[in-house]
Design a protein around this ligand. Structure first.
Ligand SMILES: [Zn+2]
Length: 180
């Protein structure tokens, strides 16, 4: 008999939109497990991340017209898992996502695109000519590093630029960010 694992349950229910009735029927002997997973915090976390990530990705893909990617359920599942486990820190300037609001509230800090940009870390392709479905090529970056990097600077160059930006954020926020 095939056993359903916890991750497979989330994948079926959240990413493939299979009905809970169907899943319960199919894995009758695992009713207890299924009920537990269905009510778990992990379930909520995955579901919220999926929808947040789905719109984030679609928005970013819309801005890059030359790239056409079919956002399949499998890809969305992989990307969601990646996103949940990715450190929520800008890869280049080391600014933690939790500091973005503090930065925004600094006197004299102007960001006309708030809250559309600058409120959350963005998905950056380290090598910008590779598509978003290449997960190993993805990292998180703040609006300013991502915007400054564009297609012009290489990953290594963006790391160099990020060091200068980091020291500016540290001065503005009067804090030191961990390196790495
Ligand atoms: Zn940054």
């Amino acid at each position: 008999m095939i056993m359903l694992t916890e991750n497979e349950f989330y994948k079926k229910k959240i990413f493939y939109s299979e009905s809970i009735i169907k899943i319960r029927k199919e894995f009758k002997n695992q009713k207890k497990d299924i009920d537990l997973w269905y009510r778990s915090d992990r379930y909520i976390e995955l579901q919220e991340t999926k929808s947040k990530f789905n719109s984030k990705l679609k928005q970013q893909l819309k801005e890059i017209e030359e790239i056409e990617i079919d956002i399949t359920n499998d890809l969305l599942y992989e990307l969601t898992l990646w996103y949940l486990s990715a450190p929520k820190v800008c890869r280049y300037c080391k600014l933690p996502e939790s500091e973005l609001i503090n930065l925004h509230e600094q006197p004299g800090h102007i960001n006309k695109r708030w809250p559309k940009r600058g409120k959350e870390l963005e998905i950056d392709r380290m090598q910008s000519d590779l598509p978003y479905n290449n997960i190993e090529n993805l990292t998180l970056a703040c609006y300013w590093c991502n915007n400054g990097k564009t297609d012009t600077f290489t990953f290594d160059e963006a790391i160099e630029i990020g060091k200068s930006i980091q020291s500016i954020w540290e001065k503005r926020l009067n804090k030191k960010f961990e390196d790495g």
